[in-house]
Design a protein around this ligand. Structure first.
Ligand code: HEC
Ligand code: HEC
Ligand code: HEC
Ligand code: HEC
Ligand code: HEC
Length: 168
């Protein structure tokens, strides 16, 4: 390697380190490729839509649920209808195909997680468990769902930590 090549390599390493320090959350979990560029930042932070307007089951059932295309089309029949990403959306709608979103949260099958217990009875805010998602252009799950994390909160709040509570 020439001196120049080594110098530019070192500069790249320094840049990578600087970026890691400046944007720590982004190195923790890389956002996946999604079929439509849906942004929580635009809908939640800019346009003030409530999480439960779209994730309607979070307070009532085990799964929070991903909104149906019909919900998107309530607005996007008219709003930004000419933009490329909205045309893609309308194409799925026309073909009656669900959007193949890539999941970012999933627990293992052997773990039971009833959203409504934590949301409705426990009054735990969405962003305690999905931090920063309200400002994401591409949704990222930053809080790791390890067993220790569940147990720490349950112990602190006097909720059952019996194995069968979560593993059925
Ligand atoms: C106590 C932590 C916690 C709280 C509070 C919480 N979530 Fe979740 N969320 C999770 C976990 C854990 C999963 C993964 C569940 C699984 O895979 O079974 C998840 C999954 C999801 C998913 C993926 C789809 C699904 O149903 O699994 C969505 C969407 C979601 N949460 C939205 C919300 C919204 C909206 C709120 C507030 C109304 C909320 N969550 C509150 C922990 C939480
Ligand atoms: C309550 C109305 C409303 C609903 C419901 C809604 N959106 Fe939006 N959406 C908006 C608004 C407002 C904008 C910003 C448009 C602008 O930039 O002028 C937007 C922007 C977008 C954009 C960016 C368009 C672009 O390229 O600039 C996409 C993609 C999008 N929405 C997808 C969705 C999807 C997917 C759903 C369903 C899960 C959805 N929206 C539901 C109101 C809504
Ligand atoms: C306009 C509708 C809309 C609103 C409002 C909305 N979401 Fe979402 N959310 C979606 C869509 C569509 C997806 C699937 C695409 C994606 O992952 O970005 C999603 C994905 C998610 C996921 C990842 C699920 C997974 O496993 O892939 C979580 C967690 C989540 N939302 C939480 C929230 C929280 C918390 C709020 C409020 C701060 C919120 N959402 C508000 C439409 C919405
Ligand atoms: C920030 C606090 C918090 C975290 C984190 C949390 N929980 Fe909970 N959880 C609660 C509270 C509070 C309740 C009790 C709600 C009630 O009064 O019914 C609860 C209840 C439950 C229940 C029902 C308990 C019963 O007695 O039937 C299950 C199952 C559960 N949580 C699973 C999980 C799993 C799995 C995780 C991790 C992926 C988790 N929880 C993380 C606060 C939390
Ligand atoms: C509050 C919920 C909760 C309780 C109570 C709980 N677990 Fe877990 N457990 C989890 C979560 C979350 C995971 C992570 C795997 C996943 O993604 O689902 C896990 C993972 C595991 C694994 C897989 C190995 C690993 O470390 O990832 C084993 C084995 C396990 N738990 C055993 C137990 C036993 C034994 C008990 C009782 C002493 C127990 N769990 C109580 C939530 C819980």
């Amino acid at each position: 390697m020439t001196r120049n090549a080594i110098a530019s390599l070192l500069a790249l390493v320094a840049l990578a380190l600087a970026l890691a320090v400046l944007f720590p959350t982004h190195s923790a979990a890389a956002p996946p490729e999604q079929p439509i560029r849906y942004s929580h930042k635009v809908h939640v932070t800019d346009y003030k839509l409530d999480c439960r307007f779209c994730h309607v089951y979070a307070a009532k059932s085990a799964s929070a649920g991903i909104p149906s295309l019909a919900k998107c089309m309530m607005c996007h029949r008219t709003i930004a209808a000419e933009r490329p990403e909205i045309r893609k959306l309308a194409q799925y709608w026309k073909e009656k195909k669900p959007i193949p979103w890539v999941r970012v949260t999933e627990l293992q099958e052997y773990t039971y997680f009833p959203h409504f217990r934590m949301v409705s009875y426990g009054k735990v805010p969405c962003l305690t468990c999905h931090p920063g998602i309200d400002r994401d252009d591409i949704a990222v799950q930053r809080q790791e769902f390890g067993m220790g994390w569940c147990l720490t909160c349950h112990r602190g709040r006097g909720v059952s930590i019996d194995c069968w509570t979560c593993h059925i």
